[in-house]
Design a protein around this ligand. Structure first.
Ligand code: HEM
Length: 491
C-alpha cells in the first residue's frame, strides 16, 4: 500500500507524524547541511558479515538525524559551536556484504520501471560503473583509484559523509570515523575532501567556473517555501515545492514497528573534474563569434549556463546585477513563459536542459518535467591559487584537479538523475532537433555533438553557431542508498 506521507509537501517539523519521520530520517536529504568543509570516506566492509554489521552499528552512533540537523542549525544560528554533521550510505554491494540475499534486496529496492522507460533501466542494484554506456561515462578502469578496481568493477560498500564549518573539528571527526572503520576491519578506499567556494560577500556558493550554484532546489519544508515566497522573489509561476515522494522512499528493511515512519533516499555521487581554463576560453570564443565587446561579453557564459556568474537568470535580462536576491521565479514556456523561442536563454543552456520549465511539448502543467527533479547536495573540491571570486586571468585558471563532488538525492535513480543526464543533457535532440548538448555536463561518449546556436542579438535565437562541450570529466562515482536510522540500528 503506498505510504500517504509521500504525497505531503510543505512539511511542518512540529506536526506529530512529521516529527516521527524526522527522528528516523537521516539529515541532509530534505535540507542541505550547509557546512563549508566535508570529508567523505568510501569503504569496503570486512569479509565477515557479523563484523560488517557491528561496524555499521558503531558508525550509526555518529549519524545526524533530520531532527538533530534542525536543532543543530538553530543552535548554530544563535552562535553555538555544533558537532560535525554525519551521514551513512550503503551501496547494493554493501547490503550484500551485510548478508542480504539478492531476492531480499530485489523486494526491498523494487525500482519500478519509469513512466518513460529508456532501455536499459539504470538501477541502484547494479551500481554506477555498470551504467557507463547509458550515462556516456568514461570507462571505470580510467577512474581515480578506489572508485572501481583495475578491471572497472564496483568495489565500494559504503560511504561516511562528515561536514562541519570548523576544519579542526572536522579533521578530528574524520580521524575518528577512520579509526572506527579500521578497527572494524573495513578498508578505506578513498578519502575525499570538499571545500565550499563563495562569492565576495559570502552570500552565495560558487562552483569552479565562477557561477553561483545551488540556487534552484526543490523545497520540502514549509519554512523553505515561505522564504522563497516572501523573501526570495515569489512562487508563481515557478513553485519550488515538491511532495516528499520526489526524494524519499519507504525503507522496506526497517523493523516492522518503525516501518510506517522510516524512509530513505537514493544518492548519486559523481566526482566531476572541471577544466576551468578550457571552459572560460570557450566562453571567449562564443563572445568573439557574437561580436561582443566590453562587459557585454559576459552574456556568452550566461548563454552556456543559463545564468550570469552572479546568478542573474539570462532569461530575465541581458546583463548581470539582478542578484539581491538571486531570482528563481521564472518559466521558459507555457502561458507565463518568458522565452518560448530560446532567444534569451538558449535551449541548450545548462539550467534549461536540466530544468526545462515548460518547454516539453504535451506537458501543460509541467507534471512530467517536475517528476524528473533531483535534490542537489554537492560541494566543490580542490584548491587553487586564485579563487573565482577574485577574478583570475585565463592563465591563473586550473585545467583540472578542481571540480564538483556532485551529489543528488531522489526517489528513483532511473527516472531522475539518469533521465536528466541521458535524455536531456546528453541528447543533442532535446528539447528539439538541433538543440545540441548541455555545454556544462554533457558526456558526449557515444554521441555526435552538433554545434549549438547562440542568440544574437539578445532575444534573437540562432544568431551564431559554435560547438561547446566537454570541460567536465567524471573521475569516479557510485549509487548509494541513505537508509533510515531504525534500519541501521537494527543490524
Ligand atoms: C561540474 C558540473 C556542474 C556544474 C559546474 C554545474 C553548474 C550549475 C549552475 C551554475 C547552476 C545554476 C545555479 C542553480 O540554480 O543552482 C546549476 C543548476 C542545476 N544543475 Fe548543475 N552543474 C553541474 C553538474 C550537474 C549535474 C551532473 C546535474 C544533473 C545531471 C545538474 C543539474 C542541475 C540542476 C537540476 C540545476 C537546477 C536547474 C533549475 O532548477 O533551474 N548539474 N548547475
Amino acid at each position: 500500500m503506498p505510504n500517504s506521507f509521500l504525497t505531503q509537501s510543505n512539511l511542518e517539523p512540529a506536526e506529530p507524524r512529521v516529527e516521527k519521520v524526522f527522528q528516523r530520517l537521516q539529515g541532509g536529504i530534505l535540507k542541505g547541511h550547509g557546512r563549508d568543509h566535508t570529508v567523505q570516506l568510501f569503504f569496503r566492509f570486512p569479509g565477515n558479515t557479523a563484523q560488517a554489521k557491528a561496524l555499521v552499528k558503531a558508525l550509526t552512533a555518529k549519524v545526524t538525524s533530520m531532527t538533530q540537523q534542525l536543532a543543530d542549525s538553530a543552535a548554530f544560528k544563535s552562535g553555538e559551536t555544533t558537532r560535525p554533521f554525519c551521514s551513512l550510505f550503503l551501496t547494493a554491494k554493501g547490503y550484500k556484504a551485510l548478508g542480504f540475499s539478492a531476492a531480499k534486496l530485489a523486494a526491498a529496492f523494487p525500482e519500478p520501471p519509469s513512466p518513460i522507460q529508456l532501455p536499459p533501466q539504470v538501477k541502484f542494484a547494479d551500481g554506477m560503473a555498470k551504467h557507463g554506456p547509458e550515462l556516456g561515462d568514461p570507462a571505470p578502469a580510467t577512474w581515480e583509484p578506489g572508485y572501481a578496481d583495475a578491471a572497472g568493477a564496483a568495489v565500494i560498500d559504503g560511504m561516511v559523509l562528515l561536514a562541519n564549518d570548523s576544519l579542526p573539528a572536522l579533521e578530528f571527526a574524520a580521524w575518528d570515523a577512520g579509526r572506527i572503520l579500521t578497527s572494524g576491519g573495513a578498508e578505506t578506499l578513498v578519502t575525499q575532501a570538499g571545500l565550499a567556494l563563495f562569492n565576495k560577500d559570502k552570500s552565495q556558493n560558487l562552483e569552479h567556473f565562477g557561477y553561483v550554484d545551488g540556487r534552484s532546489q526543490p523545497t520540502y519544508l514549509k519554512a523553505d517555501r515561505d522564504r522563497e515566497e516572501h523573501q526570495l522573489g515569489g512562487v508563481s509561476p515557478w513553485d519550488p515545492a515538491e511532495p516528499v515522494g520526489r526524494v524519499l522512499v519507504p525503507d522496506a528493511l526497517a523493523p516492522a514497528a518503525d516501518a510506517a515512519h522510516s524512509f530513505g533516499s537514493y544518492l548519486v555521487y559523481r566526482k566531476l573534474d572541471q577544466n576551468v581554463k578550457g571552459f572560460k576560453s570557450k566562453e571567449q570564443d562564443v563572445a568573439d563569434a557574437l561580436g561582443l565587446t566590453g562587459v557585454a561579453r559576459e552574456v556568452a557564459g550566461a548563454y552556456a549556463v543559463g545564468r550570469f556568474e552572479d546568478g542573474t537568470p539570462v532569461v530575465v535580462r541581458d546583463r548581470d546585477g539582478l542578484n539581491l536576491p538571486v531570482p528563481n521565479n521564472f518559466v521558459f514556456s507555457g502561458p507565463a513563459g518568458a522565452d518560448p523561442s530560446g532567444g534569451k536563454c538558449p535551449f541548450h543552456a545548462h539550467v534549461r536542459k536540466v530544468s526545462p520549465r515548460g518547454d516539453t511539448a504535451g506537458d501543460p502543467d509541467n507534471a512530467l518535467e517536475r517528476s524528473h527533479r533531483i535534490t542537489r547536495r554537492g560541494i566543490t573540491y580542490g584548491t587553487r591559487a586564485v579563487e573565482p571570486k577574485d577574478d583570475p586571468t585565463i592563465d591563473q585558471m586550473p585545467t583540472g584537479d578542481v571540480g564538483l563532488l556532485f551529489m543528488c538525492f531522489q526517489a528513483s535513480i532511473d527516472n531522475q538523475f539518469a533521465f536528466m543526464q541521458r535524455a536531456w543533457a546528453n541528447s543533442v535532440g532535446f528539447v528539439k532537433p538541433g538543440t545540441g548538448l548541455d555545454p556544462v555536463i554533457a558526456q558526449p561518449a557515444g554521441t555526435v555533438p552538433v554545434p549549438q546556436k547562440w542568440p544574437n542579438p539578445y532575444g534573437t535565437p540562432a544568431g551564431a553557431t559554435v560547438g561547446f562541450e566537454s570541460f567536465v570529466t567524471l573521475r569516479g562515482g557510485e549509487f548509494f542508498f541513505c537508509p533510515s536510522l531504525p534500519f541501521l540500528k537494527s543490524l
